[in-house]
Design a binder for this molecule. Structure first.
Ligand code: 5AD
Ligand code: FES
Length: 358
């Protein structure tokens, strides 16, 4: 058993479960490395907390990748502006509504529209999409994940019917943020967006990439404490995976074990949070998403994008589920979740206790 001072890892797991936080050095110790037995204790604590709130339910989100045009040039991302090898596409309204209809028939009750920061998608077009999807499927939730916008734009989308917004901060540390993103992007504006979204009344998802180039354990701790204070409704966490046409092409991808530890730690720090077992986690290990569920995750986001465009939304090399039809992906996901003793729940899957209704 790993000892540091006179406290064992097991003591720290107990304290994190009881208090939802830990002093700096104690939290740092949980980032690892841990023995097999210690890791299993951490995952078991996360499952216990998760099951006390959500039981065995896993929520589905249908991800529709609406455009891979992007005005930004993030060094890690395969659809960055400077990647001349990316074949660009954008879905039109009819194609997106068609994805939602197919998804609805497959039991999806949340649609996530995700895309690069594509100026063709003006506020007017986004609002029109949001209101059209909400009127076609009034019992479904609509999530947007379209990057940094002004407060006024976020408010307009909300008034048009979007109830949730995903925007990962990627890293909370200003210096590390600058290392991953060229100007004009700044961590200050990123956080401004997240606070605006919350203030407007969205259920908000933030999140980070793990093991992105230059990331240290101290950066991860800054992320954990920042998220504890921000209290997001969702947290998207996945390992960094290199993409061959980016400046980070030769950088090592993130590992499975630390990703699982961070998922479990987040479950203990933010018990009610909606925590996806991400596609990136499924990409670095054949059972990555199942292991994510066993470490406290409670959401999966199968792809509903038309099969013809999936390979073009290549954020990183080797991305899984790019050759499948929505129905296959849905079935495959259900089998994976069952295999670890959990159940897909056909439900909007709002944040526990969420009452604001539009
Ligand atoms: N590896 C892993 N995740 C990535 N993302 C973008 N590029 C990569 C990469 N190379 C993630 C970012 C973004 C989300 C949509 O995809 O965290 O927020
Ligand atoms: Fe997409 Fe298995 S979850 S094919």
């Amino acid at each position: 058993m790993t000892m540091s001072g006179n406290r064992t890892v097991m003591d720290r797991i107990e304290e994190l479960k009881d208090r939802g936080t830990l002093p700096y050095e104690d939290l740092k110790a949980l980032l690892g490395p841990l023995t097999g037995e210690e890791s299993e204790a951490l995952y078991a604590a996360a499952r216990e907390v998760r099951e006390s709130i959500f039981g065995k339910d896993v929520y589905l989100r249908g991800l529709i990748e609406i455009s891979n045009w992007c005005r930004n040039d993030c060094y890690y991302c395969g659809i960055r502006r400077s990647n001349k090898n990316a074949q660009r596409y954008r879905l039109d309204k009819e194609q997106i509504l068609d994805c939602c209809d197919k998804g609805y028939a497959l039991g999806f009750r949340t649609f996530v529209l995700q895309g690069g920061e594509d100026p063709w998608y003006t506020d007017e077009r986004i609002c029109d999409l949001a209101s059209s999807i909400r009127s076609a499927h009034p019992d479904c939730a609509l999530t947007l994940s379209l990057g940094e916008k002004s407060r006024e734009s976020y408010k307009a989308y909300f008034d048009a019917g979007a109830q949730r917004y995903l925007l990962r901060q990627e890293t909370s540390s200003p210096a590390h943020y600058r290392f991953l993103h060229p100007e004009p992007l700044t961590i200050e504006n990123r956080k401004r967006c997240l606070y605006d979204l919350k203030d407007i009344g969205y259920q908000v998802g933030c999140g980070i990439m793990l093991h992105s180039p230059g990331q240290t354990d101290d950066n991860i701790l800054e992320d954990l404490y920042w998220m504890k204070e921000f209290e997001p409704h969702m947290v998207g966490i996945g390992p960094f995976i290199s993409h061959k046409d980016t400046p980070f092409k030769d950088e090592a991808s993130g590992g499975l074990d630390q990703t699982l530890r961070v998922l479990a730690i987040l479950r203990l720090m933010l018990p009610k949070v909606l925590l996806p077992a991400t596609t990136a986690l499924g990409t670095i290990h054949p059972r990555g998403r199942e292991l994510g569920i066993l470490a406290g995750a409670n959401v999966v986001m199968p792809n509903l994008s038309p099969a013809g465009v999936r390979k073009k939304y290549m954020l990183y090399d080797g991305k899984i589920c790019t050759g499948d039809e929505a129905a296959e992906c849905r079935r495959c996901m259900e089998a994976r979740i069952r295999s670890v003793g959990y159940e897909v729940k056909v439900s909007r899957g709002d944040y526990p206790g969420w009452t604001r209704e539009q």
